[in-house]
Each structure stands twice: as structure tokens, then as C-alpha cells.
Design a protein around this ligand. Sequence first.
Ligand code: CO8
Length: 257
Amino acid sequence: MHLNHLKVDRDDRVVIVHLHRPQVLNALNSELMNELIDTLAPLDRDPGVGCFLITGSQRAFAAGADISEMASKTAPEMFAEDYFAGWERFTALRTPKLAAVSGYALGGGCELAMMCDTIIAADTAVFGQPEIKLGVIPGIGGTQRLTRLVGKAKAMDLILTGRTMDAAEAERSGLVSRVVPADRLLDEATAAARTIASYSKPASMAAREAVDRALEVGLAEGSRFERRVFHALFAGEDQKEGMRAFLEKRPPDFTGH
Ligand code: CO8
């Protein structure tokens, strides 16, 4: 498949996607969205792929949805196209997704990072939902995911003022899992992705699904879901292998079965 807006690398069981529209700070247009989803969807079902790593350039992860694509659209057009509903296919990917953010992650860029399972940030990262400055609001899940991740006070602050936050504030508020020096970002994120990809894929898929449940249902229901998924993993060879390897004091050899 020829890709106009992405560069894709493979590191054994990790697929690394570089957003690549340098002339517009990786602004997310429909073509980029479709390329990303069409690239990742077949790999999602590939047992040889254990983690997706999504990253941008040093200057920008992505500076938002593409304003020039949206600017002149009418409401009936947006509605008829269900503009950007395709991103739901990205969130539906079941392979663990890691975002490595350097520079700007604004608007749709921040929303894309939040659609990933976790975010590792460079110390240069800048997060924000500045849509209010354009006369609109976040439209790819920002009001929902940011609020769940950082709480109402900070989500309201960011969304209503349109201000940005730096990597240290993003880590303090729980938006990102770790902050690393910018020149170490890709190495650190790739190492984390390799670790994730080295485990049993059914287990990592189940783990991320169970964690996501915590944001959707109450504690009792979520705990019951977790326990049933835990029970189900005992049907797989990887559970037997992982526990046997521990008892035999050797590294496990997971097959995804
Ligand atoms: N869309 C299109 N082009 C962009 C975008 C963008 N989001 N961001 C930057 N660019 C372009 C600039 O127009 C510029 O192009 P050119 O060189 O042709 O003038 C180029 O990228 C470089 O940008 P700047 O010259 O502005 O670079 P600076 O370093 O001066 O500034 C900033 C960097 C601060 C990141 C600045 O570019 C900026 O403010 N960008 C816009 C940020 C923004 O508002 N993002 C939110 C967009 S809206 C959104 O994401 C809503 C999603 C909801 C979708 C709803 C679907 C239902």
C-alpha cells in the first residue's frame, strides 16, 4: 500500500507508525486517518504483532485536525460524512497502542494520543485542546477522554481557556505515564513497546480491555469482568507456559495460543 502521510517501520513484534505531514505539523486529515486505520487493521489480527507505537516528529506529534480540510464544511456535510467517525475504528484496534509524543499534541493530536492505551512524552511535549480558539470544541473524544484522564477541573481549564500544558504538568495530572528527554523518546518508547510485545498477546489484549472497562462501568461490574477474563486466560497455552516457566526458573516462550 502506498502511504502519503505515514512512515511505517517494523521492529520485530512492534509496528512503529510515524505520522508524516511535516509541512503542516502532522495535521490530521481524512486521508491520514484512513491510511492509519487501513495499515493497522490487518496487523491487529496478526499474532506476530504485539504492539503499535504511534509517533510524530520532534516538533509535532500532531498539531490537530486539519483546519484547512474542515474550515469550509457545512453542518449537513459534517453530519452526512459523520466527519471523523472513522477514528472509532482506531480506538477499536485491540493490539496495545502506545503514543510517543514530542512537541505539539494539540486538538485532534492530543485526542489521538489519548486514544492510545498510554502516552510516553518527551520533555518538549505540549498538550492542549485549543479548539475553543477556533469557535468549536474538541470533536474526537477530547471532552470525554481528557476529563476521565485528568479530572473535571483541569479538563475544563484546558478546554475553556485553550491553554497548553507542558510535559511536567501532563505527567502530574495523569495524562502521560512517563516523561523522558526528547533525544531518548523513540528509544525509550520502543523499549516499552518491545516489552509489551514480548508477552502473551491474548493476555495484553485482555489486560487493556479490562483497564478500559474501569472508565465505563462501576467497580463491582468491572471487577467481575476482570475476574471472568482472568478465568478465561486459563484456557490458553500461554497461561500454562508462563506459570510453568516461572516454576522452572526459565524465561517463558509465549506463542499467543
Ligand atoms: N491544521 C492545518 N494546518 C496546520 C495545523 C492544523 N491543525 N497546525 C499547523 N498547521 C500548519 C500551519 O498553517 C503552517 O502552514 P504554512 O507553513 O503553510 O503557513 C504550518 O503548519 C506550520 O505551522 P505554524 O507556522 O503555525 O507553526 P508555529 O510553530 O508558528 O505554531 C502551532 C505552531 C502553535 C502548533 C500552530 O501551528 C497552531 O496553533 N496550530 C493549530 C493548533 C490547533 O488549533 N489545533 C486544533 C485544531 S482543531 C481540532 O483538532 C478539532 C478536532 C475536532 C474534529 C471534529 C470532527 C468531528
